[in-house]
Design a protein around this ligand. Structure first.
Ligand SMILES: *Cc1c(COP(=O)(O)O)cnc(C)c1O
Length: 465
């Protein structure tokens, strides 16, 4: 199977080639020519299999013979089998309709691990097969950076450069990126917001230094990462279907539209999925889009759920391309309008089609805090402020949704102790691995939010290696 760019002007490539690529040359994102379908047999037997194998098989469906010949599957299974909870993300039924899917049982306690740990294995495999080195670039609102640093620390063939917005990640998140003591990981605190970091990374891919350093993407613009997340939607919807014979609706705290897009792919492949609900904090660019049809960016506000403090939802470009009938030229025009005028509008029929599959809801601070308290009192469950936006939406929408509702819990509460304490009056229990970060020394550099300043920092650290 081949992958083309959403903007239609770059050469088609295989999944293996995408491992070491960011955006396409035309600035677009790679998308598959078709969705592979799961057979009824696969769906019926799937949820009883080890989770690492499910993820490995999903990638093989997309990667084809070249992927199998390169033996990428074993590394993917191995990375996921190394998690403390290696039997897949825990699913629990909380009441008649409500389920939780805890996606925070990997090495850095957020859902990003389910993709980044196996992705690092696959990139490593690709680099050793091709006898190359690479520099992994990552813009983070907190959790992707932590997962990337952990997944790439001390790998021989790759350096990792992590850009995070100064003062806008939690102390735990920052320390996960700055206390590793790994010489191949460079953490950069950028004087700007997440969208600045993301924009700098996109420009670095297109820069002169890109070929010298072999810049590689691990943000959710990397399609392999999204496909690795597709695995848990397939797994969870199959399990829930076994339990109640109905398609599962998923509620997903969102920022870059990456995680929820992975759910969309699972649905297209035939997994028993009903609606996909996007939730946001005060940075409500997606709920506004789903209500009005207008994608319009405003200033990014700092909130108690920093990993969702995003106004430029990069992955929505993939959905836009689908809504535009897979037309690269039309997608390119709207993306250009977005970057020049900060705005575009969907046609009424496109908006209607979007809302057949998706729903969206914004959850402000007071509602998030109340929800954290309610979930603690009702289910004795301590949740993070991102997951709170999901439980809030599940409660608001339960009358309108047919069948089970699965809330994706995107991070461990202990990553955001201040918000948890404000909500429930007690601090979350902190896993030893997070607690010990506070006795370690931090290493990072701080630079202005420009491509030049970031490139200089990279030159200073990695030019000779
Ligand atoms: C990254 C992240 C999100 C947003 O996910 P997207 O894939 O960008 O939509 C939500 N919650 C947490 C805890 C995250 O780390």
């Amino acid at each position: 199977m081949l992958y083309s760019s959403t903007r239609g002007q770059a050469p088609a490539r295989s999944l293996r080639e995408l491992l070491s690529r960011g955006t396409a040359e035309d600035g677009g994102l790679y998308v598959p020519e078709a969705w592979p379908a799961l057979t009824a047999d696969e769906l019926a037997t799937l949820s009883a299999r080890p989770y690492g194998e499910i993820a490995s098989d999903v990638l093989t469906l997309f990667g084809g013979a070249e992927w199998q010949e390169g033996q990428f599957g074993a590394g993917i299974s191995k990375a996921l089998a190394g998690f403390e909870r290696n039997d897949g993300p825990p699913l629990a039924q909380l009441d008649d309709q409500l389920w939780s899917m805890e996606l925070f049982h990997g090495p850095t306690f957020a859902f990003k691990d389910y993709a980044l740990a196996p992705l690092a294995e696959a990139i490593d495999r690709e680099l050793s097969l091709s006898q190359k080195r690479a520099t992994v670039l990552c813009a983070t609102s907190g959790d992707t950076g932590a997962a990337t640093a952990s997944a790439f620390a001390e790998r021989a063939r790759a350096n990792a450069v992590i850009l995070f917005p100064e003062g806008r990640v939690s102390d735990v998140q920052r320390r996960q990126m700055t206390c590793l003591g790994a010489t191949n990981v460079l953490a950069i605190s950028v004087r700007g917001d997440f969208d600045d970091c993301q924009s700098i990374v996109k420009k670095l891919y297109q820069s002169e230094a890109a070929s010298k350093y072999s810049y590689t993407a691990v943000n959710s613009i990397n399609l392999a990462r999204i496909l690795l997340q597709t695995a848990y939607y397939i797994y969870a919807s199959a399990k829930v279907h076994n339990a109640c014979s109905k398609p599962a609706n998923f509620v997903v705290p969102s920022g870059n539209f990456g995680n929820i897009f992975a759910g969309y792919i699972a649905k297209q492949m035939g997994a028993p999925i009903g609606k996909l609900i996007v939730t946001s904090n005060e940075n409500d660019v997606l709920p506004r889009l789903f209500e009005t049809g207008a994608m319009s960016q405003s200033e990014t506000l700092p909130t108690i759920s920093p990993s969702m403090d995003i106004q430029v939802s990069s992955n929505f470009e993939r959905m836009l391309w689908i809504l535009k009938g897979r037309n690269g030229k039309k997608t390119q025009e709207l993306q250009q309008q977005l970057s020049e005028q900060g705005r575009y509008e969907l046609l009424p029929a496109e908006l209607a089609s979007l809302n057949e599959t998706f729903g969206a809801m914004k959850c402000e601070k007071a509602d998030a805090l109340n929800t954290m308290r309610r979930i603690y009192e009702q289910f004795d469950k301590v949740i993070c402020p991102h997951s709170a936006t999901g439980y809030f939406a599940a409660d608001q929408l339960k009358a309108d949704l047919d069948g089970p509702i699965v809330v994706a819990e995107t991070a461990h509460a202990a990553k955001f102790p201040t918000a948890v304490e404000e909500a429930i009056g007690i601090a979350p229990e902190t896993p030893a691995k997070l607690a010990e970060l506070f006795s370690k020394e931090e290493t990072f550099v701080t630079v202005d939010a420009t491509v030049e300043a970031v490139q200089n920092a990279i030159d200073e650290n990695f030019a000779t290696s």
